[in-house]
Design a protein around this ligand. Sequence first.
Ligand SMILES: C[S@@+](CC[C@H](N)C(=O)[O-])C[C@H]1O[C@@H](n2cnc3c(N)ncnc32)[C@H](O)[C@@H]1O
Length: 231
Amino acid sequence: MASEFSRDVADQTSAFWQHFYTTHALRHEPSPFARWCMQHHLTSGQRMLELGCGNGRDTFAFAGHGLALLAIDGCEVAIRNNIAFERSRQREGQSPRFQALDVKQINTLPALHPVWFDGEDRVNVVYSRFFLHAIPEVLEDQLLAFAGQYLPQNGLMLHEFRTTQDPLMQLGEVLSPTERWTDHYRRFIDTAAFCQKVKRLGWKEIHFEERNGLARFGAEDPVVARVVLQR
Ligand SMILES: C[S@@+](CC[C@H](N)C(=O)[O-])C[C@H]1O[C@@H](n2cnc3c(N)ncnc32)[C@H](O)[C@@H]1O
């Protein structure tokens, strides 16, 4: 797919998220997806790399569930707020590690945090919520390659994202067949193509569903996919 994720779109997207996390109060209840993951797929002691953690709503819940976390987001304001929030409270167990990083630099992560990517204690879960549809496909491919390189055998990837069935795709400026610009960038994901791609890359599908009712927010009820994959 031709992407219209130009330098301008990338800069405006980054400005949107900086403004968003500067002006929106922190909201720390975990998402329905995070709750579902904890109920069905995640256990204490796992080591998770979370991509696009935003205000850490899911990160803090996973830490409370006993997981060790390295959580990245491209938005420095969000990461600074998360670090300040974590410092402001007393916690049993390990604090999440937050890192401001654009996912296009994901290959620099092992050098920044070597213990998370080497040996027995390395990351064994990759998680994202409402992140894959926030980045162009070229970056999705980069992070899938990264996860394939660093996750151990049986390692898990869990993703929730908007799909081409989402009515929101009808709104905004058309950047390409699946990319739209409203007040920020979104890429609506064709789930058949996504599932074929990850299968080709050697991932085993543990769970797939695509429907509305999974991520209601106010009046909004988007069509999203939940995908759980095992290496
Ligand atoms: C829709 S929000 C989702 C946040 C959080 N996961 C949640 O469910 O509330 C998308 C997040 O992706 C981050 N993001 C967008 N593009 C990024 C990139 N290229 N690299 C890293 N983070 C990015 C944004 O800063 C934002 O926090």
